[in-house]
Design a protein around this ligand. Structure first.
Ligand SMILES: *Cc1c(COP(=O)(O)O)cnc(C)c1O
Length: 421
C-alpha cells in the first residue's frame, strides 16, 4: 500500500498535488511519501515485536539523508555497504551501535572509519577481510564485533543480477567452509564473534528460498555453538520483493516473511536483525516526468520523456517493469494505445517500456513511474551530462526538496583542466 492516489482527478503524494511540486521544482524529480516509509518500516518492526530485534534499512535502496533520518527516528538501524553510506547514516543521526556494515570489498579506510566512529557489527565476507579487520582493530586497541556472511547456496528465484546466495555468486563464505572461518575468527585478536549473517538476493517473490536459507542458518548456528562460539545474533539480510505492477501476483507480506523467521529460528534465543531496503522505500517513491515529444515511428509510437535511464536505470539494467501513470486521471473508458516509453539518452537501452498501453498523451503532460523509491535515485548517474534530479519528501500537506537539482555551473565546476593543457 502507498499514499499516491488520485484526488479530484489529479495524482497526489499524500495531501500534495503532484503538479504543484512539478511547478516548484521542475521535472523530472523523485517524490517520497513519509507516511508510506513509516508504514513499511512499522510492518517489519511490529511483526518482530516480542523478539529482540533490529530492522536495519538497506541504505543502498534509498540513501537520501532525510529518508534515513525519518527511519532512524522511528528506531531503525542501517545496513551500509560503503564508507559513503556509513557517513550518510551518521549524518542522519543514527548511532554507530545501530549500523551494520555489509559488502564484499570493505577497504582498510572504511574499516578504520567504522571502528573509530562506532559500529554494531561487520558482516564479513572472506578470510582476508577478517584478517584486515583484526589487524586494524588491534592497532586501534578496540574489539570489532563480527558476523560472518555465509553463502547458503540457495536459489532465490529472482533476476540473475540480484541473486546473491548461490555458490557461484561473489558473496559470502561458502557454508561448508563456515566452521573453519569461525575458528579463524575466534583465534584472531581484536575480534568478537557476535553472530551469523546471510542475504540471498533481492526482489524475492516467494518465501521458500528464505525458508531454505534460514534452515541452513539454524543448522549452522547449532554446530557453531557446539564448537564453542557464542552466537547471539542472526542477521537475515533483506530481499523481500514488492509488487511492481498491480496485475502481478502479490509477493508475501512482511508479516508472513517474519512468520517464517519465527517458525524456523524463533526458539534459538538469538536477537534477529533484518535488512529490508526495497520493501520499505520502493513503493514510497514516484519518479515524475514530463512528455517532451510524441514521435510517430515506423509502426510504433514513441513517448519521449524528460527522464532517462540515468535517472531510473532499473528497466534498462534488469528489464524491470514500472507502472507508468498519467498525473491527470484519464476519464473512465478512455481508449489506450501502445507506446514505447523512452528517454533522451543516446542508447537504445534508454527504454522504460515497449508497447505500453497508455491513454493519449501530449507534450507537457506529466507522468509518474510507480514503485520508484528504491534503487531509483540511489542508482542514478549524470550520463549524457544530465544533472542528478531533485528528490522531494512529502509529509501530509507539506513538502520539501531534500536534494536540490544542481546547477550546470556546479556540475561543470567539478572538472578541472590542468594548466599544462
Ligand atoms: C541489497 C542488500 C539488502 C537489501 O535488499 P532489498 O532487496 O532492497 O531488501 C540487504 N542486505 C544486503 C547485504 C544487501 O546487499
Amino acid at each position: 500500500m502507498d499514499h499516491f492516489l488520485y484526488r479530484n482527478g489529479i495524482l497526489h503524494a499524500e495531501d500534495v498535488a503532484i503538479p504543484e511540486i512539478a511547478a516548484t521544482v521542475g521535472t523530472p524529480f523523485y517524490v517520497y511519501s513519509a507516511a508510506t516509509l513509516t508504514r513499511h518500516f512499522r510492518l517489519f518492526d511490529e511483526a518482530l515485536s516480542g523478539i529482540d530485534h533490529l530492522v536495519c534499512f538497506a541504505i543502498k535502496s534509498n540513501s537520501n539523508i532525510a529518508v534515513l533520518k525519518l527511519l532512524g527516528d522511528l528506531g531503525a538501524g542501517m545496513d551500509v555497504v560503503s564508507g559513503g553510506e556509513y557517513r550518510r547514516a551518521k549524518a542522519a543521526g543514527v548511532p554507530g551501535e545501530r549500523i551494520v556494515f555489509s559488502g564484499v570489498g570493505k577497504t582498510r579506510e572504511e574499516i578504520h572509519l567504522a571502528l573509530t566512529g562506532g559500529i554494531r557489527q561487520f558482516n564479513v565476507e572472506s578470510e582476508p577481510e577478517l584478517i584486515a579487520i583484526s589487524e586494524i582493530a588491534t592497532a586501534l586497541g578496540v574489539t570489532a564485533p563480527v558476523a560472518l556472511r555465509v553463502n547458503p547456496d540457495v536459489d532465490a528465484h529472482t533476476h540473475e543480477k540480484i541473486a546473491t546466495g548461490k555458490s557461484e555468486n561473489k558473496f559470502g563464505i561458502p557454508i561448508a567452509k563456515a566452521r573453519k572461518v569461525y575458528a579463524l575468527a575466534a583465534s584472531l585478536p581484536g575480534l568478537r564473534v557476535t553472530g551469523v549473517d546471510v542475504h540471498i538476493g533481492s526482489q524475492l517473490t516467494e518465501l521458500a528460498p528464505f525458508e531454505a536459507a534460514f534452515r541452513k542458518i539454524r543448522e549452522l548456528t547449532t554446530e557453531l555453538r557446539a564448537d564453542g562460539h557464542d552466537i547471539r545474533r542472526l542477521d537475515l539480510g533483506g530481499g523481500l520483493g514488492i509488487p511492481y505492477t498491480r496485475s502481478n501476483e502479490a509477493p508475501p507480506l512482511p508479516v508472513e516473511y517474519v512468520g517464517v523467521i519465527k517458525d524456523v529460528l524463533g526458539d534459538l534465543g538469538c536477537e534477529i536483525e533484518i535488512e529490508p531496503g526495497r520493501l520499505i522505500s520502493g513503493n514510497a517513491g514516484l519518479l515524475v516526468s514530463s512528455v517532451i515529444y510524441v514521435k510517430e515511428g515506423e509502426g510504433r509510437k514513441f513517448l519521449i520523456l524528460d527522464s532517462a535511464m540515468n535517472d531510473l536505470v532499473r528497466p534498462s539494467m534488469y528489464g524491470a517493469w514500472h507502472d507508468i501513470v498519467p498525473v491527470t486521471e484519464p476519464a473512465p473508458g478512455t481508449p489506450v494505445a501502445p507506446y514505447d516509453v523512452v528517454g533522451p539518452v543516446c542508447e537504445t537501452g534508454d527504454t522504460f517500456a515497449r508497447g505500453r498501453a497508455l491513454v493519449p498523451l501530449a507534450p507537457g503532460d506529466l507522468v509518474a513511474f510507480r514503485s520508484a523509491g528504491a534503487y531509483g535515485a540511489s542508482m542514478s548517474s549524470e550520463y549524457n551530462s544530465r544533472p542528478l534530479i531533485p528528490e522531494v519528501l512529502v509529509q501530509g500537506d507539506r513538502f520539501a526538496v531534500i536534494r536540490a537539482r544542481p546547477s550546470f555551473d556546479e556540475m561543470l565546476a567539478r572538472d578541472t583542466v590542468p594548466e599544462w593543457l
